[in-house]
Design a protein around this ligand. Structure first.
Ligand code: NAP
Length: 249
């Protein structure tokens, strides 16, 4: 017989929104919950509630996990670009008949003074940089970096949490984890004489400083557009997600 575990909420994490929700849940011992991390970050910040690390093994593996752990509701608080995990969560919830909520920050919207070009992916961003050498601030994350090896004429200021496997020939690496303040971003971009920013449209406040700094410096920004996600109920804050969880009881 399958043993029944006390865990009921599965929170798919890896974002500051997921951390905020885990913090709220840590004060609510009446709501048993577990965070799941992919294991991409070498030294992840340990969540304040129960957690597990690593992939589930696709939709089938996730369904098994949900069944074995007696999960009763699923909160997908993965990054807006974690397309596969979100699709797997939607399919597993459908198969298992479980309620699913997405906790997802809204995309950034251009303001007056912004000089944005939106592109579909890292390859298109690399193409959009053009032929002439530029000084690029590249914050797309290390997994998108290989695309930029195809444009070695540019200088890249690469910022990521963990070191990338390979850097373009003219590159400087900054290892750092957000949040990043606008004034610090402004200073960094000035010091490195950056003339263009390449970033994902991640949304949220933790990494918005570079967008505001680019606007102040009058610099162009190449933004990777968000992937299309299945239409599921979505909230933007940890507080709203907690209210949803309370309603599942
Ligand atoms: P992805 O491409 O959508 O997912 C690839 C595979 O990684 C999934 O199929 C799943 O493996 C596993 N996985 C992803 N998130 C997981 C989680 N929270 N718990 C357990 N397994 C997970 O995802 P990704 O873009 O590589 O992102 C990985 C993690 O980094 C996510 O937690 C995400 O929130 C975080 N993150 C991503 C970005 C980004 O730009 N993509 C930025 C910041 C943080 P199985 O199929 O084996 O289950």
């Amino acid at each position: 017989m399958m043993h029944s575990s006390p865990v009921q909420i599965l929170l798919l994490g890896g974002t500051s929104e997921a951390s905020a929700l885990a913090k709220l849940l840590a004060t609510r011992r009446d709501i048993p919950a577990m965070v799941s991390l992919a294991g991409r970050t070498i030294n992840p910040v340990a969540p304040p509630i129960a957690f597990r690390i690593g992939g589930f093994g696709g939709v089938d593996g996730l369904c098994d996990f949900l069944g074995e752990r007696g999960i009763s509701a699923l909160v997908d608080a993965t990054h807006p670009f974690a397309e596969r995990m979100s699709a797997n969560a939607a399919e597993a919830a459908r198969r298992m008949g479980l309620p699913l909520l997405a906790l997802r920050r809204p995309a950034w919207q251009a303001e007056s003074g912004d000089r944005w070009s939106e592109v579909a992916d890292a390859d298109a961003a690399m193409q959009a940089l053009g032929k002439a050498p530029r000084r690029v601030f590249l914050t797309t994350g290390r997994l998108e970096l290989p695309a930029f090896l195809g444009a070695p004429q540019h200088f890249y200021l690469v910022r990521s949490v963990d070191p990338p496997e390979e850097l373009p020939p003219r590159a400087k690496l900054v290892l750092a984890r957000g949040p990043f303040a606008e004034e610090d971003e402004l200073r960094l971009m000035r010091e490195e004489a950056i003339d263009i920013l390449v970033t994902k449209n991640s949304g949220g406040s933790a990494t918005y400083g570079k967008i505001a700094a680019a606007r102040r410096l009058g610099l162009p920004v190449i933004l990777l557009r968000r992937p299309e996600m299945a239409e599921i109920e979505t909230v933007a804050t940890a507080e709203e997600a907690l209210a949803w969880i309370e309603r599942q009881g």
